[in-house]
Every structure is written in structure tokens, then in C-alpha cells.
Design a protein around this ligand. Structure first.
Ligand code: GLN
Length: 306
């Protein structure tokens, strides 16, 4: 049965609008606190090359932790299985910036999507590339097919100035020998990559890679093997929403990744990517309107991985 995605997006956007004011913008990074609550956008790209969208889909926002998927993809593509000696694949059940498990697990983060895990991935990238910031940025530009994508240096400075928790994480892991480079170099890469700004439309295009099992749909370039893509997709399902990953799987039924800029990028393997943006967050750091709308999206299309 052919699905009328545009009409479904129009219907779900009404739920998005109704939830816009229910969350709070992230204010622990002061530059992000300047963003108005009053935004909502949703974009869908299909593997057949169709695009559908409603709302603020051309406004750039800080992708924040959605970037962790891109960094992980790059790290897996260069390091392969070796990577999993330094970071686990279990949901943490703890907030994204939590320190507590690191002591018991000897500096090996639970998964690559909590901050500790993403800092290890940043360390891997620093070890493997001469110009790591440029490498990750170019990688994101390639996936999205858009060279205008860039860092937001005001967000980098703001996060670095207030990045006490991330500094603690990276130093603590260095004490266990799981950070191989200078901690400030690793943090600088991490803050830059989190600051990347993209629109819903650009993210939807970039996430088609995961819907397409690791192959870039535009030119059939294989970025990940199908085995690697399976693993990445599984980690997005189990860890992409921190201590709300179970709830997201239960309500939405798609793998994906959120960021404290209010974006959520999700996908249905073999079919489509779907990206929402609304900056109001719940207590887990996930977009309130985004989760509500994605739940309605999978309900109305009657499509999920389950
Ligand atoms: N840059 C943010 C941080 O390190 C990313 C967090 C997020 O989006 N969940 O705290």
C-alpha cells in the first residue's frame, strides 16, 4: 500500500506544535539557551529518492549528540572490530554525561553514545587522522551531500568554557589508560563535532546511509560493511536515547539518535530516514515534541522495525 507521507507529516506536525512548549531548551551550554522554544520541523527522505517535509526544516540547529553517530561511523570504518575493546555496546541506564559506571568498568564506557564513549571515539579519531576536525566535518558533508555544513564556533567556545563534566570524564578515562592523546585535543574535537549545525533536511539525507545498510544511496559508495551497519543500527536502537532508550523503542520503534539541540534522527532500515527538530527537551535531554511526533508517525504509517 502506498503511503501518503506528506499528508501524514501534516497530521503529525499538529501534535508537534501542541508539544512545543512542554520541554526546556538545554541551558548548561549557554549558547544553546539562546534558541527559541517555538520551533518544530519534520523531514522524511526515502530510499526511492522522495523527500517530504513540514515546518522548520531549513533552519540550522546544533546537532550535538547526533554527531556521535557520524564520529562512530568514521571510527568504525577505519578501525573495524578493534574499536570494541575500548568501548562497550550496552545501554547505560544512566544520564548521557554520567561518570559513575566508569570507575567499576575501568575506564571503558558502556557505549559510544554516552559522552564518555564519544570522547573515546574522539580520541580514536585524533590518533588516526592528521586533521581530525576537518576529517569529521568532510565526512558529514559527504553523507549529507552538502559542503555548506560547518561548525558553530560560538557553541564550541560556550561548551568548552562550561565543559567541566566532559573534562572530568576524559581525565578519568586517561587515568585508566583509555585516552591516548592530549585531553584538550580530544575535547576540542568533541566540542567542534557536537557544534556542527544542520537542518532537518540535511540530517534526513545523511541518515539514509543507515537506512541503506551502510551504502550511500547517491553513489552506491560502501561506507560500512553490512555487518558494521547492523551493529551501528542496533546500538542506535539500544543506546541512542540514553536512559530513555527503552521508552523510545517502546513508543516509536525505530533506531535513531537524539541531541540536546532538540534534533532526533531516526530511520526505518530498507525504507526511509525521518528527522525532527524541536528544542524543548525532557529531563533525559531528548526533544519532547520530537518523540511525540515520531510516535504518531510510526502509528499513522503503521511502520516500525517491529
Ligand atoms: N555536547 C553535549 C555534551 O557533551 C552533547 C550532549 C547531548 O546532545 N546529549 O554535553
Amino acid at each position: 500500500m502506498r503511503i501518503d507521507y506528506q499528508s501524514i507529516l501534516q497530521q503529525v506536525a499538529i501534535f508537534g506544535q501542541s508539544s512545543i512548549n512542554k520541554g526546556k531548551v538545554a541551558d548548561y551550554i549557554p549558547e544553546l539557551a539562546k534558541v527559541e522554544l517555538n520551533h518544530f520541523g519534520i523531514a522524511v527522505d526515502t530510499l526511492q529518492g522522495e523527500n517530504f517535509s513540514v515546518g522548520d526544516v531549513n533552519t540550522k540547529f546544533s546537532i550535538q549528540s547526533i554527531s556521535k553517530v557520524f564520529s562512530l561511523t568514521l571510527a568504525v570504518s577505519v578501525l573495524g572490530e578493534e574499536l570494541w575493546k575500548r568501548v562497550g555496546v550496552e545501554p547505560s541506564g544512566n544520564p548521557f554525561n554520567s561518570l559513575v559506571q566508569l570507575e567499576f568498568e575501568k575506564g571503558i564506557p558502556r557505549n559510544p553514545f554516552i559522552n564518555a564513549g564519544a570522547l573515546v571515539i574522539a580520541d580514536v579519531i585524533v590518533s588516526n587522522f592528521n586533521d581530525p576536525k576537518k576529517e569529521v566535518l568532510n565526512f558529514i558533508r559527504t553523507l549529507a551531500g552538502d559542503t555548506s555544513i560547518d561548525f558553530n564556533l560560538a557553541v564550541v567556545a560556550s561548551e568548552s568554557e562550561h565543559g567541566f563534566n566532559n573534562r572530568a570524564l576524559v581525565n578519568f578515562m586517561k587515568g585508566f589508560g583509555n585516552i591516548h592523546n592530549d585531553v584538550e585535543t580530544v575535547l576540542d574535537l568533541y566540542f567542534h563535532v557536537c557544534s556542527v549545525e544542520m537542518t532537518c533536511k540535511q540530517l534526513a539525507k545523511a541518515f539514509l546511509l543507515f537506512a541503506n545498510h551502510g551504502v550511500l544511496p547517491v553513489n552506491s559508495q560502501q561506507i560500512l560493511t553490512s555487518g558494521q551497519a547492523k551493529r551501528l543500527n542496533a546500538i542506535m536502537l539500544t543506546c541512542g536515547f540514553y536512559d530513555e532508550a527503552g521508552e523510545f523503542a517502546y513508543r516509536v520503534g525505530l533506531p535513531g539518535k537524539s541531541g540536546v539541540g532538540g534534533g532526533i534522527a531516526a530511520f526505518l532500515p530498507g525504507e526511509l530516514s525521518v528527522v525532527t527538530w524541536s528544542p524543548g527537551l525532557n529531563k533525559f535531554g531528548n526533544s519532547v515534541a520530537g518523540i511525540h511526533v515520531l510516535e504518531m508517525f510510526t502509528t499513522l504509517t503503521n511502520r516500525s522495525i517491529f
